[in-house]
Ligand binder design. Sequence first.
Ligand SMILES: [Zn+2]
Length: 236
Amino acid sequence: MIQNIAEKIADADMVLIGIGEEFEIKNSEKDNGEGEKAFLKRKQAYCRLKEVIKNKNYFIVTLCMDGIIYEADFDKKRIVEPCGSFYRLQCSGKCTSDIYEPDKNQTMKIQEFLKGKCEEKDIILPHCPKCGAPLAFNTIQTENYAEEGYLDMWQLYNKWLQGTVNKKLCILELGVGMRFPTVIRWPFEKVVYFNRKSTLFRVHSKLYQTTEEIKERSVGIQSDLMEFLKELSNQI
Ligand SMILES: [Zn+2]
């Protein structure tokens, strides 16, 4: 099976990657003080994924907000984060849709928080330069979420997706469950339904099943993501 996936990727004109909640560091890992180890494990998995698709025309849609993906050398212009990112800030009152970047110290603190080494309240964020309200993380969990943080990339993604019509498209869906199925899971199924030259590999520990309508062009794989990417990168 793994060899078959590697061949499909090699043969594809374009590769679409969906990354879901199973890729995030689990709360249990943070609580057990294994956040650092978990971070490195994910970083390694992303680096392996990069190895696998390095020479391909790819695009990545991720539900993760933890920014670990940027530890691997992906092209930033090929990643969209519709749920936002802890490494982007917005006005908590949304007086403006401007997006701000945390400074170096804040970035370090945010990373500690994401590894479970400190609490969210320990991160001191600056105030909005326009109205003075505190800044907040530009994520979907924030009230008044400013979607402007990802919309430019979303447009690029849609343009890229239009270019997949009639192309050999290989889709890898990695750990995408039912948290936000309208962002990756369902739209990917639709793409596979309409593109007869496409193949979907859906990898998940539990929700790996695909649907009847696309069964000829899709494969569900029950696997641990880290193990899966290790095996796949060994095929390259
Ligand atoms: Zn403001």
